[in-house]
Design a binder for this molecule. Structure first.
Ligand code: SF4
Ligand code: SF4
Length: 296
């Protein structure tokens, strides 16, 4: 079983449209939507949820105000400066301590040392993940809670469950819609994958983002190929990207023309290759064939 991850240096390059088309073109695969901040794939594929689970990114500490005796032990032991002496009064003291949920790293040391059992240290539910059926096959996807940070842990979980599902169903491939950027979630999306396809666009920032992403995948030793989306919008920059990519030892496996049909397909909740038979669809089909070839 192989894992193909489609990523981009930033959002808005058309990565998800390409993944949606791949889902139409491929057989015997599981889809994994690891773009958990902007999980757009489900908008196109309209999944029917078969299983729904809570996701916990870890524990967080919270002071139970009425029990706090303001001894200050918790602040003394917290290495992350997450505790301040500005909580409300209770029946015991005029001021209590307070934990900032953003600064708390969930190490649990304060709860361990609190002499009065005044710190609650519970698992936090940060989101949900799902196993669904779509018209293009099974899909694992997730949703982070409002104001929760994008989590590498949730991305890893989605990948692991997608792999499980593929093994269980005897399928050969997992296609992953990866997180954008170069931070922790994208690292969680690509590590250990068989092939990364980077989708870029012909702008200077697209070129810059591609170079950063390519450095990242090279660092982790993951075979990487490139697609230039909307290449005809700026043929000069496209040519530069192509040349630089090859200089870096990577291959451009496809170039996809700009076509407003891509947006129309999204509005109609269809993948591009489902929606149109035009040149853009031909480009994506060719990209798919070359990507499969690179996957081996
Ligand atoms: S260690 Fe416990 S009792 Fe002491 S200040 Fe912190 S929360 Fe309050
Ligand atoms: S759990 Fe750890 S990081 Fe959070 S407040 Fe307690 S000691 Fe600080």
């Amino acid at each position: 079983m192989k894992e193909l991850v489609v990523i981009s240096g930033k959002g808005g390059t058309g990565k998800t449209s390409i993944v949606a088309s791949f889902s139409t073109l491929s057989q015997r695969k599981v889809l994994a939507d690891c773009d958990v901040d902007a999980a757009d794939l489900w908008l196109i594929l309209e999944p029917r949820i078969l299983r729904r689970e809570s996701f916990s990114g870890g524990r967080r500490a919270q002071i139970i105000e009425k029990k706090c005796t303001a001894c200050g032990k918790c602040q003394e032991v917290c290495r992350f400066d997450a505790i301040s002496f500005d909580g409300s009064a209770n029946s015991l003291v005029k001021r209590t301590y307070r934990i900032d949920p953003i600064d708390c790293e969930g190490c649990g040391v304060c709860a361990y040392f609190c002499p009065d059992g005044a710190i609650d240290f519970q698992e936090q539910i940060n989101g949900e993940w799902f196993i669904s059926e779509t018209r293009n096959g099974p899909m694992v996807h997730a949703k982070l809670g409002i104001a929760e940070e994008n989590s590498g842990k949730l991305v890893s979980l989605v990948r692991k469950e997608a792999k499980h599902l593929a093994e269980e169903k005897g399928l050969d491939l997992v296609i992953i819609d990866g997180s954008p950027g170069i931070g922790c979630p994208v690292i969680a999306s690509v590590t250990g994958a068989d092939l990364v396809l980077v989708v870029t666009e012909p702008t200077l920032s697209g070129q810059h983002d591609l170079e950063r992403v390519a450095k990242l995948t090279a660092h982790f030793g993951i075979p990487t190929v490139v697609c230039i989306n909307k290449y005809d919008l700026n043929p000069e920059v496209s040519a530069t990207i192509e040349a630089r990519t090859e200089e870096a030892g990577l291959k451009v496996v496809g170039k996809v023309i700009y076509d407003p049909a891509v947006t129309k397909a999204q509005i109609m909740r269809a993948s591009v290759v489902e929606y149109t038979g035009g040149k853009v669809a031909e480009d994506i089909k060719s990209l798919w064939r070359h990507t499969v070839y690179a996957l081996g």
